[in-house]
Write a protein that binds this ligand. Sequence first.
Ligand code: TCR
Length: 547
Amino acid sequence: MANRRTYVVLGVLLFVWAKLGTKGQEEEEEVTCRLLGKFDLNGYVDAKNHSVVIGGLFPIHSRTIPANESILEPVSAKCEGFNFRGFRWMKTMIHTIQEINERKDILPKHTLGYQIFDSCFTVSKAMESALVFLTGQEENKPNMRNSTGAYLAGIVGSGGSALSIAASRLLGLYYVPQVGYASTSSVLSDKYQFPSYFRIVPSDNIQSQAMVKLIQHFGWVWVGTIASDDDYGKYGVKVFKENVESANLCVAFSETIPKVYSNEKMQKAVNAIKGSSAKVIVLYASDLDLSPFVLEMVYHNITDRTWIASEAWITSALLAKPEYFPYFGGSIGFAVPRSDIPGLKEFLYDVHPSKDPNDVLTIEFWQTAFNCTWPNSSVPYNLDHRVNMTGKADRLEATSDRLCTGEERLEDLKNTYLDVSQLRITNNVRQAVYTLAYALDELSRCDKENPRWHCAYIPAFEPWQLSYYMRRVKFTAHDGKKIELNDDGDLDAGHYDILNWQTNDNGEVDFVKIGEYNFRTSKFEIVFAKKSTIFWNTESSKLPHSV
Ligand code: TCR
């Protein structure tokens, strides 16, 4: 069931309003406390009649709408920029939970519910959600029970590192397990700061080392770096630079791209790229943050560069478009391995706005995908409040006069949501849910005759008791991959695919696998497939020099 929920939160966030007398000392100071009060989160809930509930946080939108400054009280922001990839991740979580509930070998006596929120790819929404998870929405103290009374076991999320870090600072206070499917920042391995954060994706420590190995392999010496201005880009580049130094290579320039559009900062990055003889550039950022930067590269016609892509954009359908190929063709990067998920395709196709008039996310999905307006719905049609390249607010109030009929066919759609050929992070979402389920299963099997401190009953357990089992979880996934977390809650054995952007006969961008980077505690190797050819985006189409 989906709905827009407005939660009144008592005492969790207090806005202290000190109203000082305007006429100086003679007037008495009057201090009033006001409730800052309404969480406004979109999402999906199925919590009734289940033993425990798993929380989820996904970037179903890519940003919040800038608040109207004339409003004095802080209000919960609205979101825009529908993100089809995040919508697919969210659906995958529901699909996995349903699958686990049908299985007899995991948690045979229990079923899992879910409570999923849209993080809008912003820290503020991630924090709101974390508070709602902890307080159970109606009460002013942590009780780990959601509004339906079901017990919250742990959380799957969030997308970006900055969001996971923020959420984890709250969830970690109570040892509520959070299992990341995409947050890769190296700081999240620090268990003093993030005691109950686990992840099904390797830390960027490994990726940054891999990038240096790649650069050495091709004999490049000088490289530039560009990072997004957040915990992902900045820590990624920091570790990269440390590794570059110990490999005796050199960084020609190091710039950040702003989160909130600033022409000045953007031009600084553009000038660094233009003015440097380093033709190889490491770009550490999430695709949702990259569009303005990509447009700058197009505007300044910056070609003849070889981009080393971080995992967050190497397989991005938002960027891998033929019109950007002259600028970003030939990019090389590391991607988490892909997998096929049985039954997911059919599950994804089972989406229609007429099923539930309150399901605002599905209505928005339909409107955005088919470029029409759903009749009689309150969901606005794709407003865009982004700031444009000149720095002015660009309120593109797009309207589609065409009404949706409901007869639109998903089969005719070419859309990231339905593309199941590149299930990478999607597969991580699945494994994150399984990790929680296996840990709960172990907890449910503990020897009650001979109880230990971590032995408990479902649903009456403390979050740290589940964290104990999370640290020891070990299982084989549907695709045969063995999943085991180390003491830092990280996955430290596995491999990345090394991909190269090439065009195919239809003029589309293909992610061609040219090799693998295998890693296991203190053993790394880079292997290039013998027969693969690499596309180089240089004038000569040959390996660029960057010395
Ligand atoms: N870590 C990024 C976020 C991210 C991502 C992605 C977002 C990664 N991979 C794929 C969208 C799609 C890797 C972070 O912030 O930690």
